[in-house]
Design a protein. Structure first.
Length: 285
């Protein structure tokens, strides 16, 4: 089978009657924001770390368990071999989130194309973000890079929905272009959005920096935090999460990274990068 064939091959999803579940009506603690996609390599995931559970405790979650198939593996063979074990593990992961207060819908997929699967499920379920669930044993402080006016409402708004009422510090972070007033305005608007959503003002801090290597700057700053929440620069989960800045941050940062998707009905380009991305210098690290 060629790469072109796989690109157009439908994902192999198990019987929806046995693999999709929803925890009824949202409970009193779940946020009203759209769901967050949480992909897991289901046969390689033993548990969701406590810090990730805390981050998602007020969220609506689409928990996607997937197993990527080699080219030569037939779908029926994979289902016979792995489906029961994968479904049991997916149910256990979902239960850990539900016990913390999240509302969970599960999907179990066997696929030859991971990226195609993530895009499809995120679109079908209208997810507002995708969590790259790197381990995190605690959640005490979160770094939130803000890139410009268009990202503030979505990124800071989702952070506020997730963290309102929790004893978790939030640091709004902006890489400026030399315009201190513009940077201050972005951070102040982010603070206003957070407080309007119910985050304690005493738990909000701001930080600015100028750097020619944004990925390096974000990762260096993130080392002191338990999680990162940031926006995407291009439409589509896969294009951004697996190919651009957030993917690079997730690869280098040891904690979870929540990527907030652009709204599908937005016209025009995304926020411009706050500083030029010098990839050659950044990759030399």
């Amino acid at each position: 089978m060629t790469a072109h064939d796989r690109e157009h091959e439908p994902e192999i999803e198990t019987d929806p009657e046995t693999t999709e579940r929803e925890n009824g009506e949202p409970n009193g603690t779940s946020t009203g924001a759209g769901p967050i996609l949480v992909p897991n390599r289901i046969l390689e995931t033993d548990a969701i770390e406590p810090g990730v559970v805390t981050l998602l405790s007020r969220a609506r979650v689409v928990l996607l368990g997937y197993h990527e198939l080699p080219e030569q593996t037939a779908p029926g063979q994979a289902r016979l071999q792995f489906e029961d074990r994968a479904q049991n593990r997916l149910d256990e992961l979902a239960e850990s989130l539900e016990l913390a207060g999240a509302t969970v819908e599960t999907r179990l997929v066997f696929t030859h194309d991971r990226e195609q699967t993530l895009n499809r499920v995120a679109d079908e379920t209208n997810c507002v973000g995708t969590l790259l669930p790197n381990p995190s044993m605690r959640l005490e402080d979160v770094l939130v890079p803000l890139r410009g006016e268009r990202s503030i409402e979505q990124v800071a708004g989702l952070v506020g929905d997730l963290l309102a009422g929790l004893d978790v510090s939030v640091t709004l972070y902006h890489l400026e272009r030399g315009d201190e007033r513009a940077s201050a305005a972005v951070l102040e608007r982010g603070r206003q959005v957070l407080t309007a959503r119910g985050v304690d003002p005493e738990l909000i801090e701001t930080r600015t920096e100028t750097s020619r290597t944004p990925v390096r700057a974000i990762v260096r700053t993130a080392e002191a935090f338990d999680a990162v929440v940031m926006g995407e620069s291009d439409p589509g989960v896969v294009t951004f999460v697996f190919g651009q800045t957030a993917a690079e941050v997730a690869e280098r940062f040891r904690g979870p990274v929540l990527v907030v998707r652009r709204r599908g009905n937005e016209d025009g380009p995304a926020d411009e990068p706050t500083v030029p991305v010098d990839r050659s210098d950044d990759s030399a690290e």
